[in-house]
Design a protein around this ligand. Structure first.
Ligand code: UD1
Ligand code: UDP
Length: 369
């Protein structure tokens, strides 16, 4: 039996790794150990509860207004202890957070093989997204197995000289998650509040957008909201206090915009599937929205998810207030522009990524014996 430790710490990692924990746990050839860092607390616990995943280790590192130094140091030292104790055959990490990087580094220091789920996403700009571009490239250096969601991601890895035998295209596990959450019958009081209008979903949290860019983003959105009477905006706001401070300042007095607590993933996916369109700087939402046929204005200058842009569902609008106002208004008032972006496409796989990863690991770890 092979011991596989799955490590994650934030909301998006949890949404994309819980289906994998569940899938790998079905195999008698694997003993799955689930270790969370607690880089996020409430937002992580929401996901663990939604997917009914029980954890074996919880480093519980979150601090209010934590810095990258805090997170990196606390994950690295916490993981040393857990890895020394368990000595797994493989550590699986996901994506590009600081948990991901520090956990992979800890495994590397102990010479434990690393598998990287959602590998190969790149902007090749270390400032955007910051620090995620560094995190994922760093993990790519130490990983033995790279589970790329798309051919584009695989091509990035091969161009960087990764061993082709360790790179697999599996689709993104977020599609696996999405298949289990969206329901036809679904109700929520906030949806009732928005029922007389077009529902717009908003999320924003990226570190490089904190401060002036976030102000500009919110200003552009507020101007549009003031000009278009038949929309209501729902903003399930990230728990980062810096984001909260800016949002409450700019959106004070907007009665057609509701700032609400982060939604459970099941709720959020159902809100998305009922939304007219989405404004976001999130990574995961750029993968989910195309599958649901929802136009997204991406509040960033660059994206590591070019597949959704090529498919026409995503449009990069940056953080300039005037540009956001113009592009948002256009989607609300120009039916042709709207319809051209609302075609359901799914470049991120058929929802079997977890099973594919499990089968690959079965083969690869057996061969390691
Ligand atoms: C992190 C990831 C980012 C990912 C995002 C997903 C890094 C450097 N950043 O950014 O890649 O896109 O998660 O949401 O790894 N907080 C709470 N409760 C929670 C979660 C956060 O109170 O459940 C507050 C805390 O004050 C915390 C702050 O939010 O200090 C920031 O959290 P942190 O994980 O450092 O950064 P994120 O912006 O969430
Ligand atoms: N999400 C959620 N509740 C919310 C907002 C988002 O469950 O209130 C989900 C969303 O469906 C997506 C993920 O969280 O799967 C994205 O997380 P986030 O934007 O925090 O991080 P990123 O993807 O940018 O790393």
């Amino acid at each position: 039996m092979k011991k596989i430790m799955i490590v994650f710490g934030t909301r998006p990692e949890a949404i994309k790794m819980c289906p994998l924990v569940r899938e790998l746990s079905r195999y008698e050839e694997f003993r799955v150990i689930c270790c969370v860092t607690g880089q996020h607390r409430q937002m992580l616990d929401q996901v663990l509860e939604a997917f009914r995943v029980r954890v074996d280790y919880d480093l519980n590192i979150m601090q209010a207004r934590q810095t990258l130094f805090d997170v990196t140091c606390r994950v690295l030292t916490g993981m040393e202890e857990v890895l020394e104790k368990e000595r797994p055959d493989l550590v699986l990490v996901h994506g590009d957070t600081t948990t991901t990087f520090a956990a992979a580094l800890a495994a590397f220091y102990l010479q434990i093989p690393v598998g990287h789920v959602e590998a190969g996403l790149r902007t090749y700009n270390l400032s955007a997204p910051f620090p995620e571009e560094f995190n994922r490239q760093g993990v790519g250096i130490v990983a033995r197995y790279h589970f790329a969601p798309t051919q584009t991601a695989r091509d990035n890895l091969l161009r960087e000289g990764k061993n082709a035998e360790g790179v697999f295209v599996t689709g993104n596990t977020v599609i696996d998650a999405l298949k289990t959450t969206v329901r036809e019958e679904y109700a929520h009081p906030v949806l009732d509040w928005a029922a007389d209008s077009r529902l717009i979903l908003l999320t924003a949290h990226r570190r490089e957008n904190l401060g002036a860019p976030l102000f500009r983003i919110f200003e552009g959105i507020r101007r549009t909201l003031d000009e278009v009477p038949d929309i209501k905006i729902v903003y399930p706001i990230h728990m980062n206090p810096v984001v909260r401070d800016t949002a409450s300042q700019v959106f004070a007095g907007c009665d057609r915009l509701r700032l609400i607590k982060p939604l459970d993933v099941l709720d959020f996916h159902n809100f998305m599937s009922r939304a007219y369109m989405i404004l976001t700087d999130s990574g995961g939402i750029q993968e989910e929205a195309p599958a649901l046929g929802k136009p997204v204005l991406v509040l960033r200058d660059t994206t590591e998810r070019p597949e959704g842009v090529a498919a026409g569902t995503l449009k990069l609008v940056g953080t300039d207030s005037d540009t956001i106002h113009r592009e948002f208004l256009k989607l609300l008032t120009d039916p042709e522009a709207y319809h051209s972006m609302s075609v359901a496409v799914n470049p991120y796989g058929d929802g079997t990524a977890c099973r594919q990863i499990a089968e690959i690991l079965l083969r690869e770890l057996r061969a390691q014996r």
